[in-house]
Write a protein that binds this ligand. Structure first.
Ligand SMILES: [Zn+2]
Length: 58
């Protein structure tokens, strides 16, 4: 509740970078903000839940 006192808007997102991840199930590209890669993502195409960091080769 208290964290919705004002809309964050686009300005506050400047510190976040956009990350494109591919769904391991269907190959759908999904756009995330960098702070969303620490949690599971649901593919908008096939509804598969996956961990975006697991698909990175490093
Ligand atoms: Zn998918």
């Amino acid at each position: 509740m208290s964290d919705q006192q004002h809309c964050p808007g686009f300005e506050s997102n400047k510190s976040l970078s956009e990350v494109i991840v591919k769904c391991p199930g269907c190959g759908q590209e999904i756009e995330l903000f960098s702070d969303e890669t620490s949690k599971q993502v649901k593919c908008s195409n096939c509804s598969l839940l996956f961990d975006p960091t697991a698909s990175e080769d490093s």
